[in-house]
Design a protein around this ligand. Structure first.
Ligand code: SF4
Length: 454
């Protein structure tokens, strides 16, 4: 149990899964605990989107290397433990049988040498696959500096391999991970890429040929331990996807665990928001075909728009930043008109834009008596009256529709004008309260702050 505690805890810094930043410590009389001190399981996703629980563990946290940012480095005074391959294989199977996990995420410190360590990992996976007939998902780390034959053997037992880049630049590696070199990291990546290609061709010829790392390869980078910019990190990411056909690049916000003048001070907060933004940019690269240059070329971003900022925050933002937002998008419709906020936006030179202009049909808006009677005078529907009312107030509107006829109809508001009296009548419909979200409430801010889209 001691070994398990030490070696799952030591594995938690490897973020080949995404973090939510949520912290829910244990409470007396209650069940459930997601505090950062609890290690042991992480998750991956199957091809059909199911979440698969993995035992995330190290073979050992003994390490002959001395990476300055790592709690397991040889010069750190920490409790050490080593699993034998047999112990770890048995443990995995027991956990599987008890339904705690469905797979294994196996990494390791460097015990004696990369080859010696990898041989022990291979032995463990071999026991799992052959002796225990374990057919579940396995993610294994390929340690930089391991011989090509051993990396190949590891890939024939695991579903996914990953070689961690750790630090995004050669300068960072030289300063903080003196035993690692760029070459030693990229060599196994290149080998995995070419073996995957050969394996694909082999499988076309021989259906029952052994499969090599069918879930491909991934890597992890630590964010915030070195001064490398997001520009540099995203350019590197792009080249990794292009050159090594990686399935994923994981970004791990640096958690200070040691005091070292070359590293951020121990009271530095992990840059979780930066990590989150990198995942968003990564998503654009992988799924929307953007290139890193497109995301990063300053000339490409010509204007900034903000959404759902209350007016106080918008004033704050405008006063303390060089660039004032061009557009501010907020909830605006006849039941929530935000007259004072709209005026303030105009004073700042920010274009107001209203979302949900039809209140998404709430309060029976399309049969509202005031709107119907005004519409009747102009021969227009209540929807067109609302759009005209917005435009006359100087508000941009984006009514949502997937129906081409309705989209065309929404343009048909330029041949009439509401009188001052009609504007005043619609002004009387204001209830002064949002219908959808209270963006100023702490709960709502927390909910949106915890949204992760990767
Ligand atoms: S190789 Fe470096 S990062 Fe990996 S366990 Fe050893 S000291 Fe830590």
């Amino acid at each position: 149990m001691d070994k398990l505690t030490i070696l799952t805890d030591a594995a938690k810094y490897d973020a080949a899964c995404t973090s939510s930043g949520a912290q829910r410590g244990s409470r007396r009389g209650m069940i459930g605990n997601t505090s950062a001190s609890v290690a042991g399981c992480c998750h991956t996703f199957s091809g059909d989107g199911r979440c698969v629980t993995l035992l995330k563990v190290l073979m050992t946290n003994c390490c002959v290397y001395d990476c300055k940012y790592c709690v397991n480095r040889c010069s750190n005074d920490t409790r050490r433990a080593v699993f034998t391959p047999e112990e770890l294989a048995d443990l995995t199977i027991q956990f599987y049988r008890r339904n705690y996990i469905e797979g294994l995420f196996l990494s390791s410190g460097v015990l004696v040498s990369p080859d010696y360590t990898t041989e022990r990992m291979i032995r463990c996976l071999d026991l799992l696959r052959r002796r225990h007939r374990f057919n579940g998902y396995i993610h294994a780390k390929a340690i930089p500096g391991t011989s090509p034959e051993l990396v190949t053997r590891l890939g024939l037992l695991a579903d996914r391999l990953s070689v961690n880049i750790e630090l995004p630049s050669e300068r960072g590696l030289a300063a903080l991970a003196p035993n690692k070199t760029r070459k030693a990291i990229f060599r196994p990546m290149g080998l995995i890429k070419s073996t995957l290609q050969e394996n694909r061709e082999e499988l076309v010829k021989y259906r029952h040929a052994p499969r090599f790392a069918p879930a491909g390869q991934s890597t992890q980078m630590i964010i915030g331990a070195t001064p490398d910019s997001d520009r540099h990190i995203l350019s590197l990411t792009q080249s990794l996807y292009d050159r090594y056909r990686l399935k994923r690049v994981f970004y791990s916000a640096y958690v200070p665990v040691v005091e070292n003048t070359l590293l951020p001070s121990p009271d530095t907060k992990p840059p979780l928001l930066r990590e989150h933004r990198l995942y968003q940019a990564d998503w654009l690269l992988r799924f929307y075909g953007f290139r890193a240059e497109e995301l990063l070329d300053e000339g490409k971003v010509r204007a900034i728009g903000v959404s759902n900022l209350n007016i106080g925050r918008l004033v704050d933002l405008s006063m303390h930043n060089r660039v004032i937002p061009h557009v501010s998008q907020v909830e605006i419709h006849p039941f929530y008109q935000q007259a004072a906020a709209v005026q303030e936006m105009k004073n700042l030179g920010v274009q107001p834009e209203g979302w949900a202009p039809f209140a998404e049909g709430r309060n029976d808006i399309f049969r509202n008596k005031v709107l119907e009677s005004i519409g009747k005078k102009h021969g227009k529907t209540p929807a067109k009256v609302i759009l005209r009312w917005d435009v006359q107030r100087g508000i941009s509107v984006i009514p949502k529709s997937t129906n081409p006829a309705r989209i065309r109809e929404n343009y048909d508001i330029w041949d009439f004008e509401l009188t001052a009296e009609e504007m005043k009548q619609i002004g009387g419909m204001d209830k002064g309260k949002e219908l959808f979200f209270e963006h100023d409430s702490p709960e709502m801010a927390r909910m949106f702050g915890n949204y992760h889209i990767h």
